[in-house]
Every structure is written in C-alpha cells, then in structure tokens.
Ligand binder design. Structure first.
Ligand SMILES: CC(C)(COP(=O)(O)OP(=O)(O)OC[C@H]1O[C@@H](n2cnc3c(N)ncnc32)[C@H](O)[C@@H]1OP(=O)(O)O)[C@@H](O)C(=O)NCCC(=O)NCCS
Length: 248
C-alpha cells in the first residue's frame, strides 16, 4: 500500500478550514493500518481531510472507524487520442482562452459554475457551507480562465451567450478535461460533443496520447456522455471526508 499525504492550501483558503489529503494507492490484501495511522498523525491539525482509495473491504471498515464517511465514488475515463471523436451535428462559434479573457468577465460564467458545483463532492457534504463551495468553484473557474491553472479553455457560443466550456490541462502525455459543463438549457443538443471534439483537436496539436476526465460515479448523465463518446473506465476510487470533531 502506498500512502501520500499533503496539505491543500487552495481548499484551506476557500473553505476557511485547514484541509489535508490522504491518497491511498496500490491497495491490496496487505493493507498496512499502521502506515495509515502514521499518515493521519501527520495531519492532526487538519479540520477537514479528504481520503481517496481503491475499494478494499478491510480498509473501508477502518476508515469508517476513524470517523471518515464516504461522499462519492470517482471514475476516471480515458480515450486514446488517435481515435478522435466524431464531429457534432451542430456548428457553433467557439472562443479560446485568450479571447475569453479579453471579452468576458467572470460573471459571464456564473450559470455554468452553478451547474457544476451542484454535482461536486463539496455539495454532497452538508458540513461544507454552500457559499464556501461556490467560492471554491468560482476561484477554480477564475484561475482556469484568467490565470494559469488551465493551459487552454474553449467555450461554445450561441447567440453571443456562452453555452458551454471545457478547460484543458496537460500532464505528461495525457490531456485532462479539467472542467466541462454545458448550460442546462443547451444540454442534449451536441454542445458537449463539440467541446470534446475541440479538446481532441487541441490534444492532437500538442501530440498528447490520451484524453482523460474524472467524474463522480453517481453523475449518471456525465458517465453516459463519456461512454457515448468512446471513453473507457480507467480507474475507480472511493472518496471519503472526515471533519475534525471540534467543528460544529
Ligand atoms: C455532461 C454534459 C457536459 C454533456 O453535455 P451535452 O451538451 O448535454 O451532451 P451532448 O448533447 O453533446 O451529447 C453527446 C452524446 O452524449 C449522450 N448523452 C448526453 N447526455 C446524456 C444523458 N443524460 N444520458 C445518456 N446519454 C447522454 C447524447 O445522447 C449524445 O450522443 P449522440 O451524439 O450519439 O447523440 C452536460 O450534461 C453537463 O454539463 N452536465 C452538468 C455538468 C457536469 O456534470 N459536467 C461533467 C462533470 S465531470
């Protein structure tokens, strides 16, 4: 079993509580609970700990015993870039990061922000104030569009309004779809496919090998969407939260 522990300054600032992360990987029958306890002792001052792990019954029992509760499952989907994605039936103008920064304010993305945050694990944890979860997503949008958190951003426009957005990050030979959302009124019309098509074109130009995207297991529409576009499940993990008992 491998244990990786880190502090999360981004969430700490925006949720206004000290956040830490524990990532368990290569989990097998030889789950080392001492190693897990040691890792948690390194985060004793944390007020909120995220723990991510592949499924292992003994480990799940242990993390429950330690006060963690499961908030969601995370699916990572992958698709090889060489296969491409069929173009959508609709044609809409697109804007890229530099043009978006020049022509749009963060307020223009507010409707998309809400569609996404309500799908997030932050929203599913009733002990995280909704306003803080919104602030976190707003900053994530801001950093992706107006700062360097995403390398590229592509938005689709309809009648001058932004109806969909995808933000892209490269990591080695993988291109990650970091945020992807279509305005609720525009869903089911091919806008999502158009954004993925644009993402594949960007990845091909950068010579990436795979496109990857992570989504919550219970976000059935998103899971169906990725599968329809030829993505296959790459990894499946469980996500837990633990709030320190001092919190209300
Ligand atoms: C997931 C999402 C981006 C899809 O965008 P969209 O514009 O509605 O999808 P499209 O209309 O381009 O659909 C593309 C394909 O996926 C399929 N699909 C889309 N939504 C689906 C659903 N709810 N159930 C089944 N299939 C679906 C479509 O049938 C379509 O197939 P086709 O091209 O063969 O006809 C959009 O629903 C969304 O923004 N959801 C809320 C935010 C979110 O969950 N984002 C993902 C977080 S990881």
């Amino acid at each position: 079993m491998r244990v990786t522990v880190s502090r999360d300054p981004f969430d700490t600032e925006l949720l206004q509580r000290k956040c830490g992360r524990v990532l368990l990987s290569e989990v097998d029958d030889l789950v080392n609970l001492d190693e897990l306890s040691r890792a948690l002792r390194g985060l004793t001052d944390a007020e909120l700990i995220y723990l991510s792990t592949p499924y292992q019954p003994r480990l799940v029992a242990e993390v429950h015993r330690l006060g963690f509760f499961q908030v969601t499952t995370r699916n990572v989907y992958a698709r090889g870039l060489e296969s491409g994605v069929a173009a959508p039936g609709i044609r809409l103008p697109t804007l890229h990061k530099a043009e978006l920064r020049a022509r749009h304010d963060i307020e223009d993305f507010g409707h998309l922000l809400r569609s996404l945050v309500t799908r997030s694990r932050y929203w599913k944890d009733e002990r995280i104030p909704r306003g803080n979860a919104l602030a976190l997503y707003q900053r994530w949008f801001y950093n992706s569009i107006y700062a360097d958190y995403a390398e590229e951003v592509v938005a689709a426009l309809d009648g001058g309004e932004i109806v969909g957005l995808v933000t892209l990050k490269e990591q080695g030979t993988n291109l990650y779809l970091d945020l992807i959302v279509v305005d609720e009124r525009a869903q089911g019309k091919g806008v999502g496919r158009l954004l993925i098509h644009e993402a594949f074109a960007y990845g091909a130009a950068r010579r990436a090998l795979n496109v990857k995207v992570e989504t919550e297991g219970e976000n059935v529409p998103a899971n169906r969407f990725y599968q329809k576009l030829g993505f296959l499940l790459d990894t499946h993990t469980l996500a837990f939260h633990q709030h320190a008992p001092v919190l209300p």
